[in-house]
Design a binder for this molecule. Structure first.
Ligand SMILES: [Zn+2]
Length: 71
């Protein structure tokens, strides 16, 4: 089960097309995954391909997913 972040969420931030790149392959990030761990906000940026490849594991690990593909 993957939980999504709504725009009203405190940790939401808009992804920048030029600056926010997939952590795995460097193309434009369409997904942002966040997780609070020891009071630190961890952030992963993922393209569509790498999000699909890892979404199951992210859900298991309790990451929240921000989906920017609809804009
Ligand atoms: Zn990627």
């Amino acid at each position: 089960m993957v939980y999504t972040i709504e725009k009203e969420h405190a940790f939401y931030r808009k992804l920048e097309q030029l600056n926010d790149r997939c952590d795995r392959c460097g193309v434009r990030a369409l997904f942002r995954a966040i997780k609070l761990s020891d009071n630190q906000l961890l952030e992963l940026l993922l393209c569509g391909h790498h999000f699909k490849a890892s979404s199951y594991k992210l859900g298991l690990d309790g990451w929240l997913i921000q989906n920017e593909t609809e804009e």
